[in-house]
Design a protein around this ligand. Structure first.
Ligand code: CA2
Length: 146
């Protein structure tokens, strides 16, 4: 089983600013934790970050046939991107939406997720723990599919 983790714009800045919202870990440190947990579960992981919407769309399109589940922190594109939503719809692969922060406890513009209706679920508000919980959810999603 393989899980593709995709991270959207500005997540490369994690650990440098706004630690009260996003925590103190860098994205590389979160990736390390994910890889450690995945190794214990016997899961292969791909982990990418991009500041470009089109690159995220391409990775989603290429996921078909290459992985079993996508875990997506679309960052700000969560709230704006019809392109990401259409890409998720098009590939028909289980996709789990994750966020470090609780987007519903923040500014109103973050309450709406354009990708939520085409994802199988959302995990948010647990900091780096959201990524680890998403890994567990990915296992459960594939077990329920097969
Ligand atoms: O809570 C999350 O995971 C978000 O997806 C993070 C996005 C935000 O736009 C979403 O509403 C919720 C922002 C990621 C940018 O992260 C930064 C890290 C350090 C300094 C500034 C931004």
């Amino acid at each position: 089983m393989k899980v593709l983790f995709l991270n959207g714009p500005n997540l490369n800045l994690l650990g440098q600013r706004e630690p009260e919202i996003y925590g103190r870990l860098t994205l590389a440190e979160i990736e390390f934790q994910v890889r450690q947990r995945a190794a214990r579960l016997g899961i292969a992981v791909d982990f990418h970050q991009s500041n470009h919407e089109g690159e995220l769309v391409t990775w989603i399109q290429n996921a078909k046939g290459n992985c079993d589940v996508i875990v997506l922190n679309a960052a700000a594109y969560t709230h704006t991107s019809v392109a990401l939503r259409d890409a998720i719809s098009a590939i028909n692969l289980p996709t789990i939406e994750v966020h470090l922060s609780n987007i519903h406890a923040r500014e109103e513009f973050r309450h709406r997720s354009l990708i939520a209706p085409v994802c199988c679920g959302q995990i948010l508000g647990f900091g780096a723990g959201s990524y680890l919980l998403a890994l567990e959810a990915a296992v459960s999603v594939t077990e329920n599919r097969n």
